[in-house]
Design a protein around this ligand. Structure first.
Ligand code: GH3
Ligand code: MG
Ligand code: MG
Length: 337
């Protein structure tokens, strides 16, 4: 096996463009599966200047590798001693971790029946040996471009265009995911509703362009405070939601106070030196073990955090108020900083 590290996840920003970015395309990974070492060497030589190339002579090993998520397109031989190519294709297509990876059969089986069979198993293309290298290269390029555009669409449908944070759609699904695992494993989870204070006045004073810029800076600031396991998204308008998995009230309040401080310290542009940019936070903590009988839902946790946000607003802004959602405890407090 030969592998080069794929770096697709680092290139999310580059996908948000209208034409193919060659550097992103070349970071995509082509997997070649063939029992002949000679064929593997030939394919590697043909494609290694265009893409990351990983080669396997054992289909079972290739499937395990692909499940780790770094493969964008597969060239698959059919006649192999350890596993038939059709069976390998079926295994790729039946596992949710690998079912989206396009497969091109490259095989000596040239009958129409074989081609129909390969395509019916879910392959996107079928190329017969002896291979015309120019045509194979062109076909691989076409399929790699399709992968590129599919990824671009996935990003556009999950990212907020202004701030670059997760949009409402992906926020909702991440929230549900974290909620489910918190409940399943009996952990704590902190949820924060974050709202920019007096943002209408800010827009009125500096204009919407500068308002947008301020929103972007606050979004970047919130994201910068997060650990890798934390999650922040734009809930709507000038409101954000942050989720801290495996975090109790004490940890949640520490983080909330860190956020309040970081936003207050944000660098201001020359025009807005006198502007006060602050946020208020409503926080709810969900204990997956204690709360199982309370039948909380993601929506009820958002509502609880929302109520606390309004308390923070009513009691002077630039602060965090919290609710501890536990069976025998229902505490509210405001902590100004
Ligand atoms: P509060 O402290 O009570 O939250 O007051 P507020 O003025 O921040 O809240 P209000 O709900 O009255 O107004 C929200 C403002 O946020 C008004 C709206 O124009 C602004 N806003 C929402 N989304 C955007 C955006 O994408 N860009 C800009 N520039 N402003 C936005
Ligand atoms: Mg608001
Ligand atoms: Mg506001």
């Amino acid at each position: 096996m030969d592998s080069k590290k794929a770096c697709t996840s680092n290139n999310q920003a580059s996908y948000i463009r209208s034409t193919v970015d060659e550097s992103v395309l070349s970071s995509q990974t082509l997997m070649v599966i063939d029992d002949s070492k000679e064929n593997l060497s030939l394919m590697k030589a043909l494609f290694e200047s265009d893409y990351q190339v990983v080669t396997f002579d054992d289909p079972a090993e290739s499937i395990t590798y692909a499940q780790q998520g770094a493969v964008d397109l597969v060239l698959l031989d059919v006649n192999m001693p350890s596993m038939h190519g059709y069976d390998a294709c079926t295994q790729f297509k039946s596992n949710p971790l690998t079912s989206q990876i396009p497969i091109i059969f490259v095989t000596a089986l040239s009958s129409t029946e074989n081609e129909a069979k390969g395509l019916s198993l879910g392959a996107v293309d079928y190329v017969t040996k002896p291979v015309n290298l120019v045509i194979l290269r062109a076909r691989v390029r076409n399929h790699m471009e399709s992968v590129y555009y599919r990824k671009q669409l996935e990003i556009l449908s999950s990212v907020d265009g202004l701030t670059g944070l997760a949009n409402r759609r992906s926020l909702d699904s991440m929230l549900q995911l974290h909620y489910n695992s918190t409940q399943r494993f009996g952990f704590n989870m902190t949820l924060m509703m974050i709202d920019i204070d007096d943002f209408k006045s800010y827009n009125d004073r500096y204009g919407h362009v500068q308002g947008d810029d301020c929103l972007k800076r606050i979004a970047t600031c919130l994201k910068a405070q997060c650990r890798e396991t934390d999650f922040v998204g734009r809930y709507g308008g000038e409101e954000f939601v942050m989720v801290l998995p495996d975090t109790d009230l004490e940890g949640g309040l520490t983080m909330a106070n860190k956020l309040l401080k970081a936003v207050r310290k944000l660098t201001k542009t020359k025009d807005e030196q006198s502007a006060k940019v602050t946020i208020s936070i409503g926080l709810s903590v969900f204990n997956g073990r204690v709360n199982s009988e309370e039948q909380h839902t993601v929506n009820s946790l958002i509502e609880l955090a929302d109520e606390q946000l309004y308390k923070a607003k009513r009691s002077g802004k630039n602060k965090v108020c919290h609710y501890l959602a536990s069976a025998n405890q229902n505490r509210f407090s405001g902590s100004a900083v």
